[in-house]
Write a protein that binds this ligand. Sequence first.
Ligand code: 5RP
Length: 237
Amino acid sequence: MKQQNIVIIIAMKKDLEKEKELAAKEAVKYLKDNTIIGLGTGSTIYYVIKEIAELVKNGLKIKAVPTSIKTQELAISLGIPLIDINTVDKIDITIDGADEFTKDLTLIKGGGGALLREKIVASMTIQEIIIADSSKLVEKLGKFKLPIEVVPFASTYVHSKIKELQGKGEIRHINNQTFLTDQGNYIIDADFGFITNPSELSIALNEIEGVVGHGLFINLTQKVIMGSTDQVIVFEK
Ligand code: 5RP
């Protein structure tokens, strides 16, 4: 009986991987020659990076801005040409992932800890495409704890301000070690319950000294491409 359960869980996981791959294959169809593209971070984006590497080998002319050191290293290892973000004033198209999204294209991001660079890149991007498997679509954001990037010096203060906003935060640890972002900051994963008013919460968090970014992405996305079993579903504004 126990073994049967294990088989079911593995089968479900496999399907989500297939959905990620399907969404990635669809998203790269939007890439054009001679453009600057933003490369997101995470396990879903891994499929995009692999696809782009193939396209580049076959002649696609793009330059990419990575949103994390991890993505940068992977892109370099696969021969994707990069460009320094500080030498461009806009990014034509970015493909990134999400931890949760609603049909109005509001997102929670930052599960992989790259939210600050991801948000900067998204803000500079003309067409932000999010790809996701079907587990990421939610009615209301907030089951996934909201990642908040904080300067270590301010972490206790930010904790107390999160409490004032009726949230409960925990500093992210990985393998018993405090997780550090690519900027050397901490992530506080904050539980606000279901987030009924993302804009209000976003503004309140941005006002806290010591918060350098948070994972609520509002009005930054033009399209979500979601893998669903063996097809893709596109959500647009
Ligand atoms: C990283 C992110 C990722 O896009 C998000 O965590 C989704 O990751 P995955 O594709 O591995 O589920 O925001 O900061």
